[in-house]
Ligand binder design. Structure first.
Ligand SMILES: Cc1cc2nc3c(=O)[nH]c(=O)nc-3n(C[C@H](O)[C@H](O)[C@H](O)COP(=O)(O)OP(=O)(O)OC[C@H]3O[C@@H](n4cnc5c(N)ncnc54)[C@H](O)[C@@H]3O)c2cc1C
Length: 418
């Protein structure tokens, strides 16, 4: 028996950030749009973003500087940013009732700190564009005739459209629905998929003292990456100890480099706990603390300097007798302590996998997508948007920004002149 067929102008696959904005824009332009999502709800990954607060963009309004954050592939985004850049994104959400605020590093969040509000606004946009939203609708195959998609195959029906937009995301955090289906279809349709790997991902370290610190977050520290005695890169900000090593925004940002360096050899990760103080100033600081707590033991004199959980480990590393009175710690011991505080060294042994990654590096090759429309250069009626394409940015709202921009542009290109 033939499956039931439904006919639309535009069919969008994947109700993540890219798919929702693409479908909304195409609908706003008057196209008859269906948005297909395999989950029973939209935006499952979106509601996890920014630890549930959704860092929805970065207030870098200089587009030349904005593209630099995405490395060598960034220039591909220039046109989509000029059509729907960070300011337009902020205005878009404000119009849909989401006021925003800018935090450290120009990170933009909803004023409410609720990712749910961002999702609700997107759904409002979809309803305004009269988009038909189909949940529990997994696309299981794509039927292509010559260089055009003829229909999408679902378990119970088939969707025929004039144009199709693939917004199935990457392979990271697959429990949210992003299982990489779009990569498989794109490859079957003749597209090159640049090598996929987990990116913005926690780092495993060898030292068990680091695992003991799980749950400890350090703010305002500098983390640097070393190979063969040379500093390779560094970041300032917040890092987090976990049961296998390190996570947190600055660790995620250096993970790509760590992954590349691990292929070549040994990699050291060094935390400077006091980046604002050089060794001399740090020595003066500890001296002051030891005078203030002169009658306390060394192990009980570090409370002003360090988070409580870290004290035992630093005391152990310093090799200073923990029971020694603070005012009898020698100059040499103090200097050694300062060195440790500025060079907390660990050995990177690997990165976590797609399950724990924030994004996917690699994807549909940019050489085969027109950056002015997001249209495939191989399949006549196919567009791509979001994480499925070979774009990845650092933390700070850059990944969602590329989804909004490419999604909007794909929706605009597919939705007009139907
Ligand atoms: C924990 C976490 C925190 C993050 N925080 C931030 C942040 O604060 N700021 C930021 O900029 N970025 C953040 N990101 C990255 C950001 O969430 C992603 O880049 C973004 O969600 C990608 O959007 P997308 O629309 O391309 O794909 P996705 O959000 O992955 O959506 C793809 C959708 O397609 C659906 N789908 C897949 N296959 C099929 C199929 N066969 N049929 C039907 N539907 C299908 C999926 O179910 C899914 O709903 C975070 C990521 C994670 C995992």
């Amino acid at each position: 028996m033939n499956k039931k067929e439904e006919v639309f102008d535009v069919a969008v696959v994947g109700a993540g950030p890219a798919g929702m904005i693409a479908a909304g824009r195409a609908g706003e332009l008057g196209a008859k749009v269906i948005l297909l999502e395999k989950n029973k709800k939209p935006g499952r990954k979106l509601i996890l973003t920014g630890k549930g607060r959704c860092n929805l963009t970065n207030a870098e309004f200089n587009l030349g500087k904005l593209v630099e954050h995405y490395g060598k592939n960034g220039k591909f985004l220039f046109h989509s940013f000029s059509v729907f850049g960070p300011q337009k994104v902020i205005d878009f959400f404000e119009k849909l009732g989401v006021k925003t605020k800018i935090e450290r590093g120009r990170r933009v969040f909803p004023e409410s700190d609720q990712a749910d509000d961002v999702l609700r606004a997107l759904i409002k946009g979809l309803l305004k564009g009269k988009v038909k939203i189909a949940y529990n609708s997994e696309v299981v195959g794509v039927n292509c005739k010559k260089n055009r998609i003829a229909k999408l195959i679902l378990e119970d029906r088939e969707i025929i459209a004039k144009k199709y937009i693939f917004c199935t995301g990457g392979k990271s955090c697959p429990v949210t629905g992003s299982t990489g289906d779009g990569f498989r279809w794109a490859k079957e349709l003749g597209h090159k998929i640049e090598e996929l790997s987990p990116a913005l991902v926690p780092i495993k370290v060898k030292e068990s003292w680091a695992w003991e610190l799980r749950g400890l977050a350090l703010k305002n520290v500098e983390v640097s990456v070393w190979q063969d005695g040379k500093k390779q890169c560094s970041r300032f900000g917040e890092c987090l100890f976990t049961h296998f090593g390190l996570s947190g925004p600055i660790v995620l940002d250096i993970s790509k480099r760590v992954g590349e360096l691990l292929e070549r050899g040994k990699v050291k990760i060094v935390i400077d706990l006091k980046p604002a103080l050089d060794l001399r100033k740090l020595d003066e600081r500890t001296k002051r603390d030891f005078q203030k707590y002169q009658n306390k033991s060394f192990k009980n004199s570090l409370n002003d300097l360090l988070p409580r959980n870290l004290i035992g480990i630093i005391v152990r590393m310093s090799k200073i007798n923990p029971e020694k009175k603070a005012n009898s710690v020698t100059k040499e011991e103090r200097r050694y302590l300062a060195k440790i505080l500025k060079n907390l060294e660990m050995t990177a042994v690997g990165l976590l996998d797609f399950d724990s990654a924030i994004i996917t590096k690699g994807g549909v090759s940019l050489k085969e997508i027109d950056s002015r429309t997001m249209k495939s250069k191989i399949i006549d009626n196919l567009f791509f948007a979001g994480e499925i394409i070979d774009i990845d940015g650092p933390t700070g709202g850059f990944n969602l920004q590329s989804c909004w921009s490419t999604g909007f542009l794909a929706g605009e290109s597919a939705g007009k002149k139907i």
